[in-house]
Design a protein around this ligand. Sequence first.
Ligand SMILES: [Zn+2]
Length: 301
Amino acid sequence: MTNFNKRICFNINDPLCPTYGTQFKDLLNLRPGAEQKVVFITARVHPGETPSSFVCQGIIDFLVSQHPIAKVLRDHLVFKIAPMLNPDGVYLGNYRCSLMGFDLNRHWANPSPWAHPTLHGVKQLIVQMYNNPKINLEFYIDIHAHSTMMNGFMYGNIFEDEERFQRQAVFPKLLCQNAEDFSYSSTSFNRDAVKAGTGRRFLGGLLNDTSYCYTLEVSFYSYVVGGTTSAVPYTEEAYMKLGRNVARTFLDYYRLNALVERPLKEIEHPNAGTFSQSLVHSGCPTTAILEHRPHGQFGGN
Ligand SMILES: [Zn+2]
């Protein structure tokens, strides 16, 4: 712990912005450096979606652990994590809204520092990073929980650029290999008008074409492992395990993209290999590319 503690900056004395009942101060900044590839993760914008906190906890636990993969990730990437985008809503026991009654995940386009302070603060930080030539904001993942769907799955964006659209499918494909509860077949890409104010949609339109923005959803209830039919109830540990698998999937992704240059025998993964090999052997079914998907009243992000 001693070595990487020196590289962790807990900004607990530097609140991102004031809120109306709680202090938003849980932004973690791992491994400050010069040229930075940044992975930005948010969770709990919808306060009732408690599973998203366990998934986020799993991600953080893994990243700060002594696991060899975690060490490699810390050496190559910067993870910015806002584990609770709606702390006032959580404090009050709201299901979907903030203290002032807003669904914050519909206000990314023009958040108010007065009405949506946490969202405004996080967006400002993301825009600052986007405008910093020394920073490449490569991933944005917003974690939610789903009230009607099974398994973990993702929503992505639809782009006119076919290559960008195809590249966007790589991360969920790799995650499908690492996490038995993650469903690639439930992963879908859309540009529904009703989702225009979400973090995933807004940042997908703002960031450059080498950035990938996803909503990570996980079922409130259970998951079905591929090839079986029985539902396995989710537990807190299963949610955290999904988080750990999300974190380690970044190694697979960046190995395919040559960020991790040298073979690391001590962390060889059974699914390691070329991108084409990975997809051929993944066993993941083809994803759905849908403009509209009926996910229930509170479904989706
Ligand atoms: Zn949600």
